[in-house]
Write a new protein. Structure first.
Length: 247
């Protein structure tokens, strides 16, 4: 089956952008010009531009100096798009918790070593500020500080691409599988692990920071697996109840 004309036009323009033929800030040809170039109607061109706009590749402005321009890339656009995509895959059960955890291990364990080599005093202080006392903090605060610690750890690598990839994986895990309340011993363990990892990062001990992060993520693995199982059982029970009521 042939794809719609607007998708073909969008694909060609996307290739030009990603291939470097069109650079950030470049103005695209006008709708009439694109219509003639690709042998399609202006409405087809407009639909193709809407597709590219939704992918944060082009933006259209009005007025005398307006038109469609190639967007200057922003890391948050890629990060947000990846987070939405991973979330959809997780909801559709095409990507399970184990797959996400394996990718997280591959990203965060070496990231801890890089952080030990590159973290600034300001980043160290920011990570330390996340080490709340679970007995004096609300669940929401603990979840937020847990997320912030890991985000700061990755940021301390100084590698923005690593942040773009790692953040969506972690946020998908949290959003999809870790939405309930956790018991106090769980948070005690998390904070203790974070404190040890931070000490290794601050001391510049890359191998130790990496090892501690690996151990930390391994301890969390079973918690995430249990949460996924509980969600599946809850969903299956809900479906069974609906079926019985319908019957």
């Amino acid at each position: 089956m042939s794809r719609p004309a607007y998708e073909a036009v969008a694909a060609r323009l996307r290739e030009q952008i990603l291939g470097g033929e069109l650079s950030p800030g470049d103005r695209l040809p006008t709708e009439p010009e694109l219509s003639v170039r690709y042998g399609v109607s202006r409405s087809t061109v407009r639909e193709a531009l809407r597709v590219l706009s939704s992918q944060n590749l082009v933006e259209t402005t009005r007025g005398v100096s307006g038109g469609s321009f190639v967007v200057h890339p922003k890391a948050e656009h890629v990060r947000d798009y990846l987070e939405v995509t991973l979330g959809l895959l997780a909801v559709g059960e095409q990507v399970g918790v184990i797959a996400l955890l394996e990718v997280r291990d591959l990203l965060e364990v070496p990231a801890a070593a890089l952080a030990a080599e590159r973290a600034t005093p300001e980043q160290i202080d920011a990570m330390r500020a996340t080490l709340l006392d679970p007995r004096e903090s609300e669940q929401g605060e603990m979840h937020e500080c847990n997320h912030r610690f890991h985000a700061l750890l990755v940021a301390a690598t100084g590698n923005p691409l690593l942040e773009v990839v790692a953040q969506p994986v972690f946020r998908t895990l949290v959003t999809r599988f870790a939405r309930g309340e956790a018991e106090l011993p769980f948070w005690d363990s998390v904070v203790d692990d974070h404190r040890l990892i931070l000490a290794a990062v601050e001391a510049g001990e890359a191998d130790l920071a990496s090892e501690l992060t690996r151990d930390h993520l391994l301890r969390l693995r079973q918690s995430y697996v249990d949460m996924e199982q509980a969600q599946r059982e809850g969903t299956n029970l809900e479906r069974l109840t609906v079926q019985r009521n319908d019957g």
